[in-house]
Design a protein around this ligand. Structure first.
Ligand SMILES: [Zn+2]
Length: 385
């Protein structure tokens, strides 16, 4: 009697189950597009075996905040190149497209991408086309009926709404624009992602308006009106979290301060969602990609056990992608797998001109639905050329 064989066995890695909150040194066997077995000693039965000793074997990474409306938006990064080839198998574009530009987003990004793409629809019908001209400076561009219609027609893609609450985007009308956006999100039954940093108003004023499940992006911003006061996390921030408001690390070109992150993490204030806020303006540095953002937060005090669920199951649940098998690694489920290895120490920049020396995380093998993805080297390696 012969035992069944497997197409591929990832052998001896540290395998995370972020749903159970466990990790085990074991083997993962893949057949076709499915995870066939997770158990020790499967290597002898693999038609192909990849030695994963010393590596982290994770569910395929899910990015809840990025900008991938390439060629249309000035901040659009290439979806597969900036994400899939760096270990991210599913991502949410955070407000680059609005109702009037959504059809192009679906046609030129969502459909052709190899990775799974969903979005937070910008509450402005324009979306974020050109960062020099705030998309809500003309408040009439917030047309709730248009946004609601797109969300209802495209439930496979639209998983929330986004408002950029920066002074140069919303102007003085921030409060009424935020309230209208919250009503729109309530009507659609979806969360609202609110970008802070460059906001005019104190954060507690904004937090007081948000509902459970809404998301505050850029929680470690070093700009005024952040989460800290006198080096301590604001009581209103902790209250908002207790009510179910979510906080997103969203590195971005200018919104991760190592100093703020280090203090907040030391106090136990971790992001609910670990995201990169990759864009056409930062994917060659200082952000680079999601795994580099994760390596920075690890260097600032988060453990891998804390990091992994925040870039797998937590965003998958928020985006409704857990129903498609994203964010988990389970027998019988789709084979979305990202294997990461620690690199030697590298100098990593934040968004405020500081740097830290720490090992990075580098994708060694990526499977999306069982299909092997070609990975690409870290873009920071080109910096000296
Ligand atoms: Zn963003």
């Amino acid at each position: 009697m012969t035992e069944t064989s497997f197409d591929l066995v990832l052998s001896g890695g540290t395998v995370f189950d972020p749903v159970a909150g466990t990790r085990t040194v074991t083997d993962v066997a893949v057949n076709g597009d499915r995870v066939a077995r997770i158990a020790p000693s499967l290597a002898a039965r693999g038609r192909e075996v990849v030695d994963c000793a010393g590596a982290w074997v994770l569910p395929g990474l899910v990015e809840a905040h990025t900008h991938i409306f390439e060629s249309v938006s000035k901040v659009g990064a290439p979806p597969d190149e900036a994400h899939l080839r760096r270990g991210v198998v599913a991502a949410a574009d955070a407000g680059t497209a609005g109702a009037s530009t959504f059809a192009a987003f679906e046609r030129f990004v969502v459909r052709p991408a190899e990775m799974r793409v969903v979005n937070f629809l910008n509450v402005s019908v324009l979306g974020l086309i050109d960062f020099r001209f705030g998309e809500l400076l003309n408040p009439a561009t917030l047309v709730p009926e248009d946004a609601l219609a797109v969300a209802r027609e495209h439930p496979d893609v639209v998983r929330g709404f986004k408002i950029r609450l920066s002074e140069d985007v919303v102007g003085p009308a921030w409060r009424s624009l935020l309230k209208t956006s919250l009503q729109l999100a309530a009507d659609a039954g979806l969360p609202l992602m609110v970008h802070i940093g460059e906001t005019e108003e104190p954060l507690p004023e904004v937090l007081g308006l948000l509902r459970p499940g809404d998301i505050v992006a850029h929680c470690y911003t070093g700009k005024p009106h952040g989460i800290l006061d006198d080096g301590k996390v604001l009581a209103e921030v902790l209250d908002a979290r207790a009510r179910g408001v979510l906080f997103d690390s969203a590195h971005g070109k200018s919104n991760l301060s190592f100093e703020v992150a280090r203090k907040a993490i030391a106090e136990g204030f971790l992001p609910d969602l670990l995201t990169s806020d990759t864009s056409g303006r930062n994917w060659r540095g200082p952000v680079f990609d999601l795994v580099t953002s994760a390596a920075k937060l690890r260097a600032l005090g988060m453990s891998m056990d804390e990091i992994v669920p925040r870039m797998t199951i937590a965003p998958a649940r928020l985006l409704g992608l857990d129903a498609e098998g994203y964010g988990t690694l389970a027998e019988g489920g789709p084979a979305h797998v990202t294997v990461l290895r620690d690199t030697p120490e590298t100098t990593l920049p934040d968004a405020a001109g500081n740097s830290i020396v720490a090992p990075r995380l580098e994708p060694a093998l990526v499977l999306h639905g069982g299909r092997r993805v070609e990975t690409t080297p870290w873009r920071g390696l080109d910096q000296d050329r």
